[in-house]
Design a binder for this molecule. Structure first.
Ligand code: NDP
Length: 609
């Protein structure tokens, strides 16, 4: 595969040839990061409990479920009805496990896409690799990038196809799961008084599912209307995920946050509100989004196995590996061509790791100059354009792709209120204060994201009690410890879907699919061989933690230099424990390792009863 830029002599180029001075940019990045570093890190956010719990009420339920509590028994309870839960259900069905129950707190399946219905919600990972089970489902996405509402419908069609609505408990929140050693079963308690039994539990709670609110002084005093983007209030705003928010035509609206969510909903707010104020702490990098309709002839001519092949190809490239061809060929793989392939091709040339790192940095500067140049072209007021330019390395925050976001700031009714890295200073009864100016609002939207670095049990909302009364909250209070990220000792027949101590990829459903295959292999093995339980051995778990620690140094320096965000523990990457990382050799290597583990067939590292 060709590199997309003239990478060969990047290091030898002069400032004039490059068009920027690396040292100047390095300093600028450092200054911008330092402005944003804060002592409270993750503690700057308030938890959505108590007086804030209404922020997580489900606005999408059409018919409330009324039912008697359950105390029956199934083989597997899967907690979470997003892609992780659906894939686990589908893979278990394919492995012949019939007696399954999915438990989901929302009113329907869909996970992320059930909750995130804000105007403009869409996925900017290519639909032909993002949507799982495409071949099994025989589904043809309309476009290269698919809208949130179509992903939601697709999620629910997976549930139908694999009969996952049968026996499911929707609108049901797990409050505790407890292993009963005497009967070798899990007892799953819920907010509906259920006490269900299961041989196995699979927990797929979602990595970004618990909304977070900024701990801005006065947040509880605002008298206007307010909600979080993941609980969009269409009753108030009118319109739909396509926009046309007619309820806002005489409203002054404020939005706090300028991450990937805001980038998608701000153009709709700008088009509909009488006045929109966008309160920015750190600008996102916003690249062009090339979204052609699907060429049906091309799609239908794909050979069996194409989907896995395409997912692997994308994943190899975005994980920094080398592939002969770039099938997806979009903004994500372009970044990788620019940054990582460049490094890859130089690895064999005897360059020192330091020179390779410098080369990657220069390529990153080049890409980000392009992104900053795009802001200048799109935004007519040059002071606003300057404020919208991101000064950090592209993978410090999630890259965004949008064709209308930047131009929205040319509208006369839209004002960017740049807090220059400090964040909003106060919320009042009437609105939002920045630099001593009060912006009066009728409605305040929090596009402030989701908890990431907080404890697993706090985020999942229920504790897991293993044998001898050990709780997951205790076991993981200081340090996460697992085998393959999916098992943890003390908790037999319990599986965790996620990315801590496992493979992480930008294409998250891909990782969930691999974990679902892995888990269904183990569950069916235990059931087919009439075994009672499997549990990580102490030795295997501690070896795995060592592996995670060993490989974690690969991107430590990179994260430390980054502007704060959830990728680097809000600027506290040094304090973050190495063992809280993903598998450092990359997700492809992790999936391969799991495939090899399964083909060995000996359940190595698991104690079998
Ligand atoms: P993020 O965590 O990415 O963004 C939160 C925003 O809130 C940031 O801009 C943050 O600023 C800002 N913020 C927090 N506190 C304050 C404050 N006190 N004052 C002012 N601003 C504040 O959440 P998102 O919901 O945008 O995105 C979460 C993730 O969801 C993404 O990273 C992505 O993985 C996924 N996603 C994917 C999409 C896609 O496929 N296109 C679309 C939407 C989401 P700062 O940066 O300074 O911390």
């Amino acid at each position: 595969m060709e590199t997309s830029n003239n990478s060969e002599d990047l290091l030898a180029k002069s400032v004039d040839e490059l068009g920027f001075d690396p040292e100047v940019l390095r300093n600028k990045y450092r200054q911008e990061r330092d402005k944003r570093l804060r002592v409270d890190g993750n503690d700057q956010y308030v938890e959505v409990t108590g007086e804030y719990s209404h922020f997580v009420d489900d606005p999408y339920i059409e018919t409330p479920v009324i039912r008697e509590p359950l105390s029956d028994e199934v083989d597997v309870i899967v907690i979470g009805g997003g892609f992780g839960g659906l894939l686990t259900g589908a893979r278990l069905r394919q492995a012949g496990v019939a007696n399954i129950r999915l438990v989901e707190k929302g009113g329907n399946f869909g996970g992320t896409w059930y909750w995130n219905r804000y105007p403009g919600a869409a996925c900017d990972i290519e639909s032909y690799v993002y949507l799982p089970l495409l071949e099994e489902m025989g589904f043809v996405p309309e476009r290269k990038f698919i809208d949130g509402k179509d992903i939601l419908a697709y999620s629910q069609s997976i549930a139908k196809k694999f009969d996952l609505y049968d026996n499911a408990c929707l609108q049901t929140e797990v409050t505790e799961t407890r292993w009963d050693e005497s009967i070798q079963r899990w007892i799953v308690s819920t907010n509906r008084g259920d006490q269900m039994k299961a041989r196995f539990i699979c927990m797929s709670n979602g990595p970004l599912h618990r909304p977070k609110l900024p701990g801005i002084p006065g947040i509880d005093t605002f008298k206007g209307h307010t909600f979080h983007t993941s609980r969009w209030d269409y009753q108030y705003t009118g319109g739909s995920a396509e926009g046309n928010l007619s309820g806002l035509k005489d409203k002054r609206v404020g939005v706090i946050g300028t991450g990937a969510t805001a980038v998608q909903c701000v153009p709709h707010l700008g088009a509909s509100a009488q006045q929109l104020y966008v309160f920015q702490r750190t600008p996102s990098s916003v690249d062009f989004r090339n979204d052609p309709p699907t060429d049906k002839k091309w799609f239908n001519s794909q050979e069996p196995g194409w989907h896995q092949h395409r997912m692997d190809n994308f994943n190899i490239l975005v994980s920094g590996g080398y592939a002969e061809e770039d099938l997806v060929n979009d903004g994500w793989t372009d970044i990788i061509r620019n940054l990582l392939l460049l490094v890859q091709t130089r690895k064999d040339s005897g360059m020192s790791p330091e020179a390779l790192a410098e080369l990657a940095e220069i390529a990153d500067f080049q890409k980000m100059e392009e992104i900053r140049g795009r802001v200048e072209t799109e935004v007519s007021d040059q002071a606003i354009a300057e404020a919208l330019k991101p000064y950090y390395r592209q993978f410090c925050k999630r890259p965004c792709f949008h064709n209308e976001y930047l131009a929205t700031f040319n509208r006369p009714n839209v004002l960017l209120v740049d807090t220059k890295g400090r964040g909003v200073e106060q919320i009042t009864e009437k609105g939002v204060m920045v630099d001593g100016v009060e912006y009066e609002l009728d409605c305040l939207v929090f596009a402030t994201g989701f908890e990431v670095g907080t404890g697993y049990v706090r985020r999942s909302g229920y504790d897991v009690v293993g044998h001898d009364g050990i709780t997951l909250s205790d076991k993981w209070s200081e340090r996460v410890s697992s085998l393959h990220g999916m098992h943890t000792r003390g908790f037999p027949n319990c599986f965790i879907l996620g990315n801590i101590q496992a493979g992480f990829t930008a294409n998250y459903p891909h990782a969930l699919n691999e974990e679902a295959k892995h888990i269904s292999y183990i569950v069916s093995h235990v059931m087919d061989n009439d075994l009672n339980s499997v549990e990580a051995s102490a030795q295997a778990e501690s070896d795995w933690v060592e592996t995670i620690i060993d490989y974690s140094q690969f991107n430590e320096k990179f994260l430390e230099d980054c502007t704060p965000g959830y990728y680097n523990g809000e600027g506290k990457s040094k304090e973050r424990l190495r063992q809280h990382n993903n598998y450092g050799k990359g997700s492809e290597a992790f999936f391969e390792r799991m495939r090899e583990w399964r083909s060995a067939g000996d359940l190595s590292g698991l104690e079998v009863k």
